[in-house]
Write a protein that binds this ligand. Structure first.
Ligand code: HEC
Length: 295
């Protein structure tokens, strides 16, 4: 009798294991198909990809895919047309648009960038295959891109290629229009040096999507300033090397190096460190109830 129950258990385990192995795509289905559009943190519309496809003309677009370091074709909707329909023309007067991804990546893209460059929401692979990519910058992790993935008509644009992956969130679940500075806790004080201010601009472009300073910023990677700043516990020469080539310090770290495409990378890294030092003298406890608790 005992033997028999054991056999049944073994059999069940085998079946469970087999099911788990044969349906690895189950995690792909976990991405919700709806995107929340917000103004100042309040939801104004929740739309599925099909709803959005009914609003704006779709097309195929070839982009340089920095996560895979090659060109790739996606099916896309023009971002400006989507914003016009969802928010009304007034979105152009906003200051920043914050995208929150399922994995915590949270870039803040200046509205000006959307007015100057062609941004698109990709919703499918151009070749009809799975809507995924292999993220070479993060240990070749296979990432699902849906429901929406923000891409840019970046081929031949030095400026767009220099921003690299910073403004390319995938798995977008919320799009939040901000009328004023969205990250007040990470601003350097008016008294800080020119170098630190330039470092802040670089930090906003290249780091904020993943990291927080005093609680403000993205949720994909650790806080860098509170309660102890990284400039206090990481030796200066290692900090710079970490920013330029993290994998030469920690094998297989998921942090990507500052993009090779950036001119003056060393100078950019030095300025970012000047900014981090300035913030080390301006610690503030992260807000207790951050507006976006959903990440
Ligand atoms: C795509 C997300 C991403 C971006 C962009 C990013 N980082 Fe990171 N960063 C990480 C992750 C993930 C870790 C944790 C890595 C680990 O533990 O190996 C990390 C760790 C760090 C650490 C070490 C923190 C500690 O306490 O050990 C520092 C310092 C750092 N990042 C600075 C930066 C700076 C400066 C930038 C911008 C130039 C930046 N990061 C951009 C994801 C990112």
């Amino acid at each position: 009798m005992h033997m028999c129950i054991q056999r049944i258990m073994q059999y069940l385990l085998l079946v469970a294991g087999f099911l788990a192995l044969s349906f690895p795509v189950a995690s792909f289905a976990a991405n919700p198909d709806k995107v929340e559009f917000k103004k100042e943190g309040k939801v104004v519309k929740t739309m599925s990809v099909d709803d959005l496809r009914a609003l704006a003309p779709e097309r195929s677009l070839e982009v340089f895919e920095p996560h895979e370091r090659r060109n790739w074709v996606y099916r896309v909707l023009p971002a400006r047309a989507v914003f016009d329909k969802v928010f009304g023309k007034d979105w152009e007067k906003a200051r920043e648009i914050i995208f929150t991804a399922l994995d915590g990546f949270k870039p803040s893209v200046p509205v000006k960038k959307f007015l100057r460059h062609e941004g698109y929401f990709a919703f499918a692979n151009g070749d009809g295959g799975l809507f995924t990519l292999t993220n070479k910058l993060q240990n070749n992790e296979v990432a699902t891109l849906g429901p929406l993935y923000l891409v840019w008509d970046n081929i031949g644009s030095k400026e767009l290629l220099e921003t690299w992956i910073s403004d390319m969130p995938y798995q977008i679940k919320t799009i939040d229009l901000k009328m004023k500075e969205p990250f007040p806790n990470m601003l350097p004080s008016a008294a800080s040096s020119e170098q630190a201010r330039r470092g802040f601009d670089h930090f906003r472009t290249h780091c904020v999507a993943c990291h927080t300073i005093n609680g403000d910023g993205g949720g994909k990677a650790p806080e860098l300033n509170y309660p102890e700043s990284v400039v206090e516990y990481i030796k200066p020469e290692y900090l710079k090397r970490w920013i330029l080539a993290p994998q030469t310090i920690r094998y297989n770290t998921p942090m990507p190096a500052l993009a090779e495409e950036i001119s003056n990378r060393e100078k950019v890294a030095t300025e970012i460190i000047a900014y981090l030092k300035a913030m080390g003298d301006a610690k503030r406890a992260p807000p207790e109830n951050p507006e976006d608790t959903s990440r």
